[in-house]
Design a protein around this ligand. Structure first.
Ligand SMILES: C[S@@+](CC[C@H](N)C(=O)[O-])C[C@H]1O[C@@H](n2cnc3c(N)ncnc32)[C@H](O)[C@@H]1O
Length: 240
């Protein structure tokens, strides 16, 4: 199936992103493993470490997709903890639930939620994470404001995202990989438009320093970030 890739700025952007993730849910995990040579799980582990959860705490994993970061958080909160994985794609949530059942994980609940209008009260969570989701939000500042609102004072936020490398030779490799190879892999996986959208969404997302300032603007403190994987992955964290 080859739809037109979602275009930021279009009125229907959020709806298009939503149906795109519904469509690719079945190949999503496999594509991630292939595109990152299996490194994506290591990056999620680092994001989970960054929010410094303790036993029994409550965490929210936004844009949880098939749930891998939610499971990493659950390992850190222990059986007394509570992790909510939230996403607006029902097929993604169904896959996350299947994984939870297969693994016998009971302290993670997956539920439908729009990251721009969270159905949670103020100051509910000790930690909020979002992996490869921020770049898909129709309104990043509104998303950050919601993350801030639902965090307890002193709670931590981690944002894991693809970023554009600024230095050669990685920048050249990134261009080749994202503009040529990824859309080709997408074609093989049966949805070239989704994997054309991927490089576009990375390009239209703020660079690491700008994202840091936007987090600061949303009221977060101690904003810091680490660039990983030779410059293509940024892990931001902050405290409310
Ligand atoms: C690239 S996937 C990331 C999934 C997962 N966090 C991971 O690490 O693989 C982005 C996810 O964000 C979800 N998403 C995008 N915009 C959203 C929104 N406004 N509210 C909730 N989920 C959203 C999509 O449905 C999709 O599952």
């Amino acid at each position: 199936m080859n739809e037109t890739p979602p275009r930021r700025g279009d009125e229907q952007f959020a709806g298009e992103v939503n149906s795109m993730f519904d469509r690719i849910s079945g190949v999503y995990d496999r594509m991630n493993r292939v595109m990152t040579a299996g490194l994506d799980q290591t990056w999620r582990e680092r994001a989970a470490d960054r929010v410094r959860l303790e036993d029994g705490q409550k965490a929210l994993d936004l844009c949880c997709g098939t749930g891998d970061l939610s499971f990493a958080l659950a390992e850190r909160t222990g059986p007394e903890g509570e992790v909510t994985g939230a996403d607006f794609s029902r097929p993604m949530l169904a896959l996350a639930e299947e994984k939870a059942t297969a693994r016998g994980v009971t302290q993670v609940g997956f539920e439908w939620a729009d990251a721009l209008e969270l159905p949670y009260g103020d100051e509910e969570f000790d930690a909020v994470t979002i992996a490869f989701g921020a770049r898909n939000l129709a309104d990043l500042d509104r998303g950050l404001a919601e993350m801030h609102r639902v965090l307890k004072p002193g709670g931590r936020l981690a944002i894991l995202e693809i970023t554009q490398p600024s230095r050669q030779p990685l920048a050249l490799f990134f261009g080749l990989w994202f503009d040529r190879i990824v859309p080709m892999l997408g074609k093989v996986a049966g949805d070239s438009s989704a994997y054309e959208y991927l490089p576009e969404s990375v390009r239209s997302f703020p660079d690491a320093a700008t994202l840091g300032s936007r987090m600061d603007g949303a009221g977060f403190r101690h904003v810091r970030w680490t660039i990983m994987a030779g410059g293509i992955i940024a892990l931001h964290s902050a405290v409310k």
